[in-house]
Design a binder for this molecule. Structure first.
Ligand code: CTP
Ligand code: MG
Length: 228
């Protein structure tokens, strides 16, 4: 089966509150989205890369490289909708068995090595898999008024990253059948709702999601140190 990258990049970046959607902010010399694209372009394992942007996006043209990336102007109101619209748009191009690596445009620290690790460790796992990080901090459940009401055992807790990899057929079915779109903040959660358990593969802190203004500096630090 081929491995295809699908990058949802139709968000507005409300929490970043910048002048443009955060995926277009320049960081370490190029737009954030371009860092993610370049990781997939540099991977010999990825057959093609697709980017989903908003229909009225006015920034994407200056960001895509000349070869290897196709833009789909079918972004929706939520991340899940953007991905599902992209999968529908590709139904004549992709086959059910093609493996789709969904990756946030807002994770510029991805590397070809992490892509290769995900593909190798998920292998033929029928429920696919995702990068993530085991939780290392002590986890608290807050009660009314931000008091520490309980300690949640961190054993077995992971933070989800992307890419998340599933066959085209499985991902499309899972997202189409999702009952509570607001609860679907990543692709693996839709797969879990089908009763399946995607494989967890240890990622890396450099693959952080840039969400708040302070994350820009952290991402720049990692991007300045490719081996870090
Ligand atoms: N995304 C998308 N379509 C949407 C919402 C989000 O394609 N309607 C994409 C974003 O562009 C991003 C990824 O999903 O690459 C992860 O979403 P998030 O980090 O939440 O980005 P935003 O939704 O843009 O940020 P915010 O939630 O702060 O508005
Ligand atoms: Mg969002």
């Amino acid at each position: 089966a081929r491995h295809i990258a699908l990058i949802p990049a139709a968000g507005v970046g409300a929490r970043m509150a910048a002048n443009s959607p955060k995926q277009y902010l320049h960081i370490a010399g190029k737009p954030m989205l371009r860092h993610a694209l370049d990781a997939f372009l540099a991977s010999p394992l990825i057959a093609h890369t697709y980017v989903v942007v908003s229909p009225d996006d006015g920034w994407i043209d200056g960001v895509i490289p000349e070869h290897g990336v196709t833009v789909l102007r079918c972004g929706g109101a939520t991340r899940m909708e953007s991905i599902l619209n992209g999968l529908h748009a590709l139904q004549d191009v992709l086959q059910g068995v093609d493996q789709i690596l969904v990756h946030d445009a807002a994770r510029p620290g991805l590397t070809p090595a992490l892509i290769a690790k995900l593909i190798a460790e998920v292998g033929q796992h029928p429920a696919g898999g995702l990068l993530g990080l085991p939780v290392v901090d002590t986890v608290k459940r807050a009660g009314q008024g931000n008091v520490s009401a309980a300690t949640v055992p961190r054993d077995g807790l992971w933070l989800a990253q992307t890419p998340q990899m599933f066959s085209y057929a499985l991902l499309r079915r899972a997202l189409s059948e999702a009952r509570d779109p607001a609860a679907i903040t990543d692709d693996a959660s839709a797969i879990e709702a089908l009763g399946l358990s995607p494989k967890l593969v240890e990622g890396h802190p450099r693959n952080l999601k840039v969400t708040l203004p302070r994350d820009i500096q952290t991402a720049e630090m990692y991007l300045a140190h490719p081996d870090f």
